[in-house]
Design a binder for this molecule. Structure first.
Ligand code: PLP
Length: 374
């Protein structure tokens, strides 16, 4: 039987059905009391003033950029999922790609500073596989250069960061907004959904209007260029019970990642993502980096070999954004200028990981990976 790259771990079927029946019978099946219950629970648990649920992280990114009325250039990594740039381009922004730091694979603050021009209006650092970007460095850069700071934290719900005062803080309380995904590939899933977190009350209110076309609070008029990004109540119900189990969902992944690291230790040309000290990853993906020069086989050969042995891996993130067909005109300019990004995209291979994955499955992936790489 195939070991999948990812499988959503969904909790509390009976409670989900009970709540959904209530929504069903009441006729309030979208963006109602259960959506608000989820938002309020995330606000309380993560100590974040405002949480707004959306139909996806992509919709959240698009609406936050629109609500902040940014224009000109948006600095972001090219080692991310394509949605980061899509959201910018849908807002008529020009994505400006800056390179990432080796090891953590998140946006390199120094490279981001070098990319700033008078046209820069927003920095968009990205949480990579669960590892947050350098929150304090980016806060300082945004302050110094007077630009907006919006985090694509799609993979980071439940990630944590030890701040300068020695306090562990959850991802969600940084920048002007962070946007999370709760799609099926995420640690805490809503089936489909996204969360925007912010401490700006006005922005939060605007986003609540914008997810419903941009209606005025009395619904008599349209004040904003919004989207149809309301939330099916069933998604918010599923999200609520999965979110309640977040510590378990994350710690299971951390245990499995530790088994992977031990089991794959010492393979020539194989590196792991390094979560910097003072950060805790949500464990969204366990990605190894296979250096084609040093390792016994290339990343693509390992990918194929795993597939032949019923193991689904993922070349990730690949292609880097500037080399994707949709952004190919940019490729002509950026190719060769983002060396860390290009090396990461050519070598990254995400291995199967999900919270209810058994240790036996992890040992099987390790065995097959060692068979080709040893
Ligand atoms: C880094 C990143 N940004 C944005 C998204 C988009 O999330 P959604 O599918 O909820 O729109 C993803 C989804 O995988 C992602 O990994």
């Amino acid at each position: 039987m195939m070991i999948p790259i990812v499988k959503p771990t969904l909790m509390n079927w009976d409670a989900v059905i009970r709540d959904f029946r209530q929504a069903w019978e009441s006729g309030q099946v979208t963006t109602g009391q259960f959506t608000r219950r989820l938002e309020a629970e995330v606000e309380r648990q993560l100590e974040i003033p405002h949480v707004i649920m959306m139909q996806s992280c992509t919709a959240g990114l698009m609406l936050v950029l629109r609500a902040l009325e940014v224009e000109g250039e948006a600095i972001m990594p090219a080692f991310t999922w394509t949605a980061t740039a899509h959201a910018a381009v849908w807002n008529n922004l020009i994505p400006v790609f800056a390179d990432i730091s080796p090891g953590a694979y998140t946006l390199d603050p120094e490279k981001a500073v070098q990319a700033i021009t008078p046209r820069t209006s927003v920095l968009m650092p990205v949480n990579v596989f669960g590892c947050p970007p350098d929150y304090e460095a980016f806060a300082e850069i945004a302050r110094e250069h007077g630009v907006h700071l919006v985090y694509d934290s799609a993979q980071g719900l439940g990630s944590r960061y030890l701040d300068r005062n020695g306090v562990w803080r959850y991802a969600g309380s940084f920048g002007e907004a962070e946007i999370f995904s709760m799609s099926p590939t995420k640690v805490i899933s809503a089936m489909e959904g996204g969360l925007v977190t912010t401490s700006n009350a006005e922005l939060a209110q605007t986003l609540r209007q914008m997810r419903d076309y941009g209606k005025t609070p009395d619904a008599e008029d349209i004040a904003w260029l919004g989207l149809s990004a309301r939330v099916p109540e069933v998604d918010a119900i599923v999200a609520y019970y999965n979110f309640a189990h977040r510590e378990h969902l994350i710690s299971r992944r951390q245990e499995l990642m530790q088994i992977y690291r031990e089991g794959l230790k010492g393979l020539k040309g194989v590196r792991f993502q390094e979560t910097p000290e003072g950060y805790q990853s949500s464990g969204n993906y366990f990605t190894i980096f296979i250096d084609g020069q040093e390792a016994k086989h290339s990343r693509d050969e390992v990918y194929q070999y795993l597939k032949e042995h019923q193991i689904q891996a993922k070349k990730y993130f690949f292609p880097a954004l500037h080399l994707q067909k949709v952004y190919q005109t940019m490729g002509q300019f950026y190719r060769g200028k983002l060396p860390v990004t290009e090396a990461a995209a050519a070598s990254g291979l995400a291995l199967p990981l999900f919270s209810h994955m058994t240790q036996a499955m992890v040992f099987e992936v390790i065995k097959i990976s060692r068979a080709i790489l040893e």
